[in-house]
Design a protein around this ligand. Structure first.
Ligand code: FMN
Length: 319
């Protein structure tokens, strides 16, 4: 895999980021990804008991990752979090220098993150958002297509068409995300102009991830049509077709635009039971449309072996 401005700026061997996912971006997964040559990304809710102080929890989980790897890793920040400033401060105190931001305007916190000498990578779902993020001084964007797992952009633009348009619209590096699970997706993303990729669902179904075995098995069992998007126009969220997901599809909420109600139904509080207990009746399982391409629960090292070896052999075939 060639070095790119993404791998060079982040100090990693391969320009592959693991998405910061609530509950399941546990320190062991993050460290395994960084040790394999990618960028592990910690989510402040992962690997901690519920109900704790988020700031103290973040200090603790960052230290756990630091005991497991000497390699760079990042922290994911949900910008509307009520304690966002304290979380940023805590990460800075622990020496974190890579921030992945999402869910809100980069206008408010990019300056503070940069004052802490962090490289800021903002998640966007349209060209307009990408231009706005660049104007606010972020260093890179992650262009998140509609194929990805979890909350999606309201404009529902797919990875295939989003990435080249974002690449053509801004000067900073673009990382492609959404539906990328293997070397084929990696090579396709680079052909679209991306300088790196971010993958979520693939890493949920790895041995190092603390996601429940039933969740991993359901990802492996799912076929091409194994996910649905619920949440109406205001809260489109891609989840596994399991348990409560089908009732949500039929619910009266689906035809309305009540985003507060959907936030209640689909926000991260509703995911914990599915992610960690394998309970698909009271919890929902965010998963990307690429799940049909995931056929085994493997180690993080094996994910990277496929990415590296597979992209070399694909590149030889293509030229
Ligand atoms: C288990 C899981 C949890 C996720 N949680 C969030 C989240 O809380 N907020 C968010 O913006 N994106 C979330 N995502 C989306 C990821 O950031 C990323 O965009 C997505 O995983 C990429 O697509 P893929 O799953 O096809 O690799 C989540 C994805 C997964 C699979």
């Amino acid at each position: 895999m060639k070095r790119t401005p993404v791998s060079t700026a982040l100090g990693i061997s391969y320009p592959v980021l693991q998405a910061g996912m609530p509950w399941v971006s546990n320190p062991e997964l993050v460290a395994a990804v960084s040790n394999a040559g990618g960028l592990g990304v910690l989510h402040p809710t992962s690997g901690v008991e519920p109900g704790g102080d988020p700031v103290a929890d973040l200090h603790a989980v960052v230290r756990r990752v630091q005991r497991l790897t000497q390699k760079p890793f990042g922290v994911s920040f949900h910008l509307p979090h009520p304690q966002i400033e304290q979380l940023i401060e805590a990460a800075a105190q622990e020496g974190i220098n890579i921030a992945i931001t999402y869910g809100g305007s980069p206008a408010l916190f990019t300056g503070i993150l940069k004052e802490h000498n962090m490289t800021v990578i903002h998640q966007v779902t349209t060209v307009r958002h990408a231009r706005g993020a660049e104007a606010q001084g972020v260093d890179m964007v992650i262009a998140e297509g509609f194929e990805g797992g979890g909350l999606r952009g309201v404009d529902k633009v797919s990875t295939m068409v989003l990435v080249p348009q974002v690449v053509g619209s801004i000067a900073i590096p673009v990382i492609a995300s959404g539906g990328i699970v293997d070397s084929r997706g990696y090579v396709a993303a680079t052909a679209l102009g991306a300088m790196g990729v971010q993958m979520g669902s693939r890493f949920v179904a790895t041995k190092e991830c603390i996601s429940h075995q039933k969740y991993k098995t359901a990802i492996v069992a799912a076929i091409d049509s194994g996910t649905i998007v619920v949440g109406g126009d205001k809260w489109p969220t891609r989840i596994l077709k399991q348990g409560i997901a089908m009732q949500m599809r039929e619910s009266s909420l689906e035809s309305g635009d009540d985003s507060a109600a959907w936030e209640q139904e689909l926000g991260i509080d509703r995911t914990r039971a599915a992610f960690l207990d394998g309970d698909f009746e009271s919890g929902i399982a965010y998963t990307g449309a690429g799940t049909g391409l995931i056929s085994e629960i493997i180690t993080v090292q094996e994910v990277f072996k496929d990415l590296v070896d597979g992209s070399h052999s694909l590149a030889r075939k293509l030229v």
